[in-house]
Design a protein around this ligand. Structure first.
Ligand SMILES: Nc1nc2c(c(=O)[nH]1)N[C@H]1C(S)=C(S)[C@@H](COP(=O)(O)OP(=O)(O)OC[C@H]3O[C@@H](n4cnc5c(N)ncnc54)[C@H](O)[C@@H]3O)O[C@H]1N2
Ligand code: MOO
Length: 414
């Protein structure tokens, strides 16, 4: 399909969908609203051991050279390359952490350990296993040639060089850099606290056997886990009943205790779907309440006094996917980071087709050992079990009903 045709067909589908739902926006617009929402980022110092997962709030410069001196890269003998093929007299043993006392001159060498300072005069370190000791305690090199086996002073990092950028999501390898440049308490952006509410009279907690018409509350636990995976603190207010009073009480409590409230259920068209109305009564300014996306169409997003609330659909896949796509984006914005999901472009292992194509879909897929995309059996937004094996989400665009085997597609890794 030509780009222009695709554009027209997307437009028509959205137009048709809009006849039933004048508030419906396309997914990209919802994402752009989140990405342009005004947030205030504040900072704090935290200790290195709890810094992974946080976002660096300042550029970091090195106060030292790395390596700080010419360093032996192997255990062996430091000598002059010119002397490699003669007998070498051992004049000193240099452990790591000790300053060499003697310079290496013609026909001499120093026994040296990995990480130790290369003595003056030496330009090569021969590996101990490539040598043999003679009866008088001298050393002979047994190979034809060798690399220098020296890590040179400042070859990795110069003093004063910028080593980390503000906005970096700190991973263990960044923590090593912070430690190496002497920053035991990096400045990072504060994290939002996540308030979680489940709504629905049919819900019972996981430790109960569901009675007639009941189901277990899985959303709250799933959302807590998603937030915890980002290192966020959560406050769970429990299950709200399907009454405006109960929903109001829970939202007020969650607003008091958190920065982003995540509520599931009660956002659609049912007689007991009070959430959007209650939000408005509580002074929430609704930014959107319907997206041409599947799962997650009736996703509500609102703002009140620099705090945020998502009304996520009750179906567990919808709340899982919209946390991944929208909530995570806002969380990272508040933490001063522009989150870019890891995306792989790979061929389809099999054909995929769907009956309706009015909404953009995100479907669970598995990237298999051959690097092919396998669409998983998926019955819709209640089918959380489809995600058991999923390691990716694949977008299917508006107007797109079929994807051929072998076609190259982007997969967002989970
Ligand atoms: N007439 C219409 N009905 C529905 C529409 C529509 O456009 N018109 N949209 C459908 C879509 S799409 C979705 S998604 C759901 C969203 O509904 P709600 O957010 O109002 O959610 P509920 O009705 O409360 O629940 C939906 C479903 O999910 C189960 N659920 C709810 N909470 C939990 C929880 N914490 N853990 C596990 N499962 C939960 C609930 O029992 C329902 O089965 O609306 C469609 N309807
Ligand atoms: O949008 Mo709903 O989340 O499709 O089932």
């Amino acid at each position: 399909m030509q780009l222009e045709e695709a554009f027209i067909s997307q437009g028509l589908f959205i137009f048709a969908a809009n006849l039933n739902d004048p508030f419906m926006i396309i997914f990209e617009e919802a994402l752009s609203i989140i990405n342009n929402t005004r947030v205030s980022c504040t900072t704090e110092h935290v200790s290195l051991e709890i810094s992974a997962g946080r976002i660096l709030a300042e550029d970091v410069y090195s106060d030292v050279e790395m390596p700080p001196f010419d360093k032996a890269a192997v255990d062996g003998f430091a000598c002059r390359r010119a002397d490699l093929h003669g007998l070498l007299e051992v004049i000193e043993v240099i452990p790591a952490g000790k300053q060499p006392e003697k310079a290496v001159t013609a026909g001499k060498c120093s026994r040296i350990m990995t990480g130790a300072m290369v003595p003056e005069g030496a330009d090569t370190v021969i590996m101990v296993e490539h040598t043999e000791e003679t009866e008088d305690g001298s050393v002979r090199f047994l190979k034809e040639k060798t690399s220098a086996n020296i890590a040179y002073r400042a070859e990795d990092v110069k003093q004063g060089q910028q080593v980390l950028n503000k906005g970096t999501l700190l991973k263990p390898q960044h923590i090593a850099i912070l430690a190496a440049v002497g920053i035991p308490e990096p400045l990072v952006f504060r994290q939002p606290v996540i308030g979680i509410i489940s709504t629905g009279d049919e819900l019972t907690e996981p430790d109960n056997k569901p009675g007639t018409g009941q189901i277990r509350n899985s959303n709250a636990w799933q959302l807590m886990a998603q937030a915890n995976q980002l290192g966020l603190k959560t406050v769970y207010t429990g299950i709200a009943a399907d009454t405006p009073e109960s929903v109001k009480k829970h939202i007020s409590e969650a607003f008091d205790k958190s920065d982003i409230v995540l509520l599931t259920g009660g956002v659609s068209m049912g007689d007991f779907d009070h959430v959007p109305e209650v939000m408005q009564k509580l002074g929430v300014e609704i930014q959107f309440k319907s997206i041409a996306v599947q799962p997650g169409r009736p996703t509500v997003f609102g703002i009140r006094d620099e705090k945020f609330i998502f009304g996520l659909p009750g179906n567990p896949v919808s709340s899982f996917v919209q946390f991944e796509l929208l909530v995570k984006q806002l969380v990272y914005r508040i933490m001063g980071h522009h989150f870019r999901p890891a995306v792989l472009r790979l061929p389809m292992a099999a054909e995929y087709s769907r009956k309706k194509a009015e909404r953009k879909s995100f479907i669970p897929v598995r990237i298999n050992a051959e690097g092919l995309i396998e669409p998983l059996e998926y019955h819709g937004s209640a089918h959380i079990h489809a995600y058991e094996e999923a390691n990716g989400l694949m977008a299917v665009e508006i107007g797109e009903a079929q994807i051929a085997k072998g076609e190259m597609r982007n997969v967002r890794q989970l």
